[in-house]
Design a protein around this ligand. Structure first.
Ligand SMILES: C[S@@+](CC[C@H](N)C(=O)[O-])C[C@H]1O[C@@H](n2cnc3c(N)ncnc32)[C@H](O)[C@@H]1O
Length: 346
């Protein structure tokens, strides 16, 4: 028996349930409730926990999994809990062909979502949630895997979790463009071993699609000796990319989710930081890495943020890393570090 957010589940042996994904499900439930979503499907539902959390609000919910044990677990628990869900045991792609018109499609596979992106985008849901646990690929640890799965050039940077999110958003935007749509990222985050995005898919004219591909997609160059980050617009060019260079979330979509009654404290903490991360300049500055480059010990993040505020320079905490800050450039971060040092001490 496991318990999550007020729901007790009985699991058949071998059925996947990961308590560390709670933040992912908290945000999904809050999103569906706060944005008034009417129909929802988890096309790879495993234990069904994500969908049960949603079905209890009267949202029309479909839970699909190709595993017979998962299917049986979903049927058994929906009956036990008295929740009205439609359970199916199909391959996810067949499911998408069979059941049309669902407002929110959730894709949460083992590992990479890349092979399923064409099918979920072609379905044209209004909202699409995608979870990726192939963080090593998205973080540039295996450049050949980034190329093969996401068609991007990638290498490891000290801000690779944000790069990973931006690659995932590019991969979705590319499929959207092929289907006469653009994307609006609403909530994106990276947490431990997963990355998660929720986007709105919007039917668009070819002019609007071209605008997205030229203004919101681009390339990133990073100099590891200076921590300088340079961004250029458009698909062509060298460096990491193509990646999404536009916003990765919308504070107006995120704000209503903060403090939702089923959220854990950790979920609320991350959501608060997303308000700024969503629209902040690209990249975050790892204070240990900057200290290594400057051959000095790292400064205290708290004191650095205080000093930045005093100096009127934008620096902020970021959900991407507890030892990094967001800022407009490495020069801005260094300016505050130097001011702090002049004042005496880290
Ligand atoms: C990571 S788990 C899903 C977790 C679940 N969404 C949650 O929130 O707890 C992935 C599930 O996908 C199922 N699966 C894998 N490939 C599938 C496919 N092609 N079609 C349908 N289900 C699939 C597996 O059986 C597994 O239960």
């Amino acid at each position: 028996m496991v318990e999550e957010a007020g729901i007790e589940l009985e699991l058949l042996e071998g059925v996947f349930y990961n308590p560390r994904m709670r933040i992912n499900r908290d945000i999904t439930e809050a999103f569906v409730v706060k944005h008034g979503i009417k129909s929802y499907a988890d096309i790879m539902a495993a234990s069904g926990i994500r969908g049960f959390r949603i079905a209890r609000h009267g949202v029309e919910t479909r839970l699909n999994d190709k595993s017979i044990r998962a299917y049986a677990t979903i049927l058994w628990n929906s009956q036990r809990l008295g929740l009205n869900v439609n359970a199916t045991r199909m391959d996810a792609k067949e499911f998408l062909l069979e059941y049309k018109g669902i407002e929110f499609i959730d894709l949460d596979p083992f590992g990479t979502p890349a092979p399923y992106l064409p099918a979920v985008v072609e379905y044209k849901p209004k909202y699409l949630g995608v979870t990726a646990t192939d963080t090593a690929n998205l973080c540039g640890k295996y450049p050949h895997a980034s190329r093969r799965l996401y068609f991007v050039e990638n290498f490891k940077t000290p801000f690779c979790h944000e790069v990973g999110i931006r690659i995932l958003l590019y991969a979705i935007a590319r499929e959207a463009a092929r289907n006469d749509m653009i994307i609006e990222p609403l909530v994106s985050y990276s947490y431990r071993h997963h990355m998660r995005v929720i986007v709105r898919l919007i039917r668009a004219s070819s002019t609007a699609i071209d605008r997205m591909l030229t203004n919101e997609i681009g390339r990133l160059r990073f100099d590891p000796d200076t921590y300088r980050i340079n961004i250029s617009e458009g698909i062509a060019g060298s460096g990491i990319g193509p990646i999404r260079i536009g916003d990765i979330g919308n504070p107006f979509s995120i704000e209503p989710l903060i403090g939702y009654k089923r959220n854990s404290e950790e979920t609320n903490k991350i959501l608060r930081m997303l308000l700024i991360d969503s629209r902040a300049p690209i990249g975050y500055y790892d204070l240990h890495e900057i200290a290594r480059i400057r051959k000095e010990s790292p400064v205290s993040k708290r004191k650095l943020l205080e000093k930045a505020r005093e100096m009127g320079i934008f620096l902020s905490e970021t959900h991407f890393s507890p030892r990094a800050v967001k800022g407009v450039s490495v020069d801005a971060v260094i300016e505050v570090i130097e001011a702090l040092r002049r004042q005496g001490g880290p």
